[in-house]
Design a protein around this ligand. Sequence first.
Ligand SMILES: Cc1ncc(COP(=O)(O)O)c(C=O)c1O
Length: 326
Amino acid sequence: MLPGDVGQVFFASSGSEAVESALKLARQYYHFKGEPRRFKFIARRGAYHGQTMGALSILGSAHPMRPVMEPGVPGAVFVDPPYCYRCPWNQSYPGCDLLCAETVKTVIEFEMPDLVAGVIGEPIMQGYGALSFPKEYWARVREICDQHGVLLIVDEVITGFGRTGSWFATEEIGVLPDIITMAKGITSGYMPLSAAACRPKVTECMPMFLHLHTWGSHPVACAAGLKNLEIIKREGLVARSREMGAYLLAGLKELERHPVVGEARGTGLWCALDLTADKASRAMFATEDSPAPALVRRARDKGLIIKFMGPALEFAPAADHLHGRG
Ligand SMILES: Cc1ncc(COP(=O)(O)O)c(C=O)c1O
């Protein structure tokens, strides 16, 4: 199922462990390749990659863990994400020269390429609510990584196995990462299972990958994963995620007329309404004024589970026929 030659898989139990494994794969790749000074990872502000120390160190938001847990693992460097609705560079796509991707280049060069091990990112980011990026973004980031011999790690812990209407969001962003992490959808949560998968080039210099977990590759979790993937295939749930996602997004788009709805966006069955206190300036609500918590409670009272994520309300319904429309 994995794209290209991404096919060597290390199984663990949680998304955080998958990310931790990916960071260790990258560090060991450079160690055995004879470039042991490469230790830095470039992540995005707003990113979430989990709670183990390596994953927590690349957490792209300050609250609530970083102030308590700093210092993390050395080497985490952050760049602003492509957030077109509130562009950090005050630009408008497509006339923006893709500054969001170019900043990755500038930062790698400033941090010194021979010290940089990887660029890591969610292909669609949860931080500001189901945030997808300009279509050229990932291709340009891939190109920049190749120019500097830096590994590209795509964190598909949320997006993997159909959430966005493709098996992997990597198919949508149109690049081949060196390492992909995955978790939630691999068993749909029936058993804890996660994985970091890489291209053969990552492991070919290694005598072995120096990493292990007692419950890694647990056979019961793997059996649940195989059965779950068989069901997703048999019931055509990936195509259904795409089809129902388009239906959901079309409905949400109608809400853009509402004074507090700045932007409706989404990919497959992962959608968001980005809320604003002022449509002209696109200002976020101050935490105490945000209508989001009350909306989440009201939805729950009506039997709908949604959540708020930063400035946005997020919708990620099940794709199966019992829970979906019709
Ligand atoms: C993109 C991403 N990576 C990693 C993780 C961490 O996964 P876990 O909570 O299973 O450790 C999450 C969890 O939500 C996630 O969204």
